[in-house]
Design a protein around this ligand. Structure first.
Ligand SMILES: Nc1ncnc2c1ncn2[C@@H]1O[C@H](COP(=O)(O)OP(=O)(O)OP(=O)(O)O)[C@@H](O)[C@H]1O
Ligand SMILES: O=P(O)(O)OC[C@H]1O[C@H](OP(=O)(O)OP(=O)(O)O)[C@H](O)[C@@H]1O
Ligand SMILES: [Mg+2]
Length: 285
């Protein structure tokens, strides 16, 4: 049987979360990064450890069938490569920034100026869409230093917390795109490997849904049940079980993680007691 070849970043910001999600979907790899290629123990998958920036070309050539990669890199270098799943980690923006006291405040102000970036195609596309011509200086790292050393008037690079911009005395003036890690697929993938990929994709979806949810258990007096059930969404509807103590019930439900505190406050206000909250490993709906 052919194995699905998945590329992940060898080392860097995507590596740890990529390996974790593979492990969570049942793809365990014995020996890691020292080998550039490793077979999974219990699934028809081979993992290739590559530089993030090289992965789009491997996907185009069909040397790997799928990859975990930043959407920003696909946009820059991965024309014709689709992704099938957003993975919820390595969230960042690709933004243009200028020195904080500069008079430039928008993309239009950059006409004729020098922009240092590792994302030349992305910048060119955005400038062209607004009929702006600027000079691009392509550099591979430490882009934020360029204005301070007189190399450029502006930069275009990844922004996450904004602390690198702040430390280098820069201000963001335009967000070109938002990015996160995605599961990308080679246009050359064959049917057999596509079927393996679909299995993995299904498993990833249940892991991601689990990560976005919490399992809640609570006790409530029976006369408060209706109000409490109205607060709780549940997968279909909450489970209600009688407690040994008469007049009381135990209520179980699944709630979205991002509404967690609001829901807990409401539950308490409406008479819930002994609230327990548990993580959900996987959720198949
Ligand atoms: N500060 C950040 N916060 C969140 N995500 C980030 C951040 N910096 C980079 N990323 C995301 O992680 C990806 C990998 O970044 P990283 O700096 O580890 O690798 P790289 O140097 O761009 O690539 P290579 O593997 O080719 O050396 C980026 O393409 C982006 O999607
Ligand atoms: O907004 P922040 O949270 O400060 O993150 C942004 C910084 O993170 C990335 O650099 P990284 O640390 O990956 O170093 P690199 O340039 O060597 O890739 C990116 O290139 C920015 O410089
Ligand atoms: Mg980086």
């Amino acid at each position: 049987m052919n194995k699905l070849r998945i590329a992940v970043q060898k080392s860097g910001r995507l590596n740890e979360d990529s390996m974790r999600i593979l492990k969570d979907v049942g793809i365990s790899i014995d020996n890691g990064k020292d080998q550039l290629k490793a077979a999974a123990r219990d699934f028809p998958v081979e993992v290739f450890y590559l530089r993030n920036g090289d992965i789009p070309q491997y996907l185009k050539d069909g040397v790997v069938d799928a990859a975990i990669i930043g959407e920003n890199v696909l946009i820059e270098k991965g024309e014709g490569i689709n992704f099938v799943e957003r993975l919820g980690f390595s969230k960042c923006k690709v933004s243009i920034a200028v020195p904080k006291d500069a008079k430039e405040n928008s993309l239009k102000d950059l006409a004729g100026k020098r922009i240092a970036t590792s994302y030349p195609k992305t910048v060119e596309k955005f400038l062209a869409a607004q009929n702006i011509e600027a000079q691009l200086h392509i550099i591979n790292g430490s882009v934020e230093i360029a204005p301070n050393i007189g190399l450029a008037d502006a930069i275009c690079d990844i922004v996450s917390s904004g602390s690198t911009l702040f430390k280098n005395g820069l201000k963001e003036i335009e967000v070109l795109l938002k990015s996160e890690a995605v599961l990308a697929v080679s246009p050359k993938i064959d049917a057999e490997r596509q079927a393996i990929l679909e299995k993995i994709q299904f498993r990833i979806q249940s892991v991601l849904k689990g990560r976005q949810s919490k399992y809640v258990l609570l006790n409530a007096p029976n006369d408060k049940l209706e109000a409490i059930i109205n607060i709780l969404p549940g997968m279909r509807s909450p489970t209600v079980l009688p407690l040994a103590q008469e007049g009381w019930s135990s209520v179980h439900s699944v709630i979205p993680k991002n509404q967690f505190w609001e829901i807990i406050d409401e539950l308490k206000k409406n008479g819930a007691e002994g609230i327990l909250v548990c993580p959900i490993e996987k959720m198949v709906v």
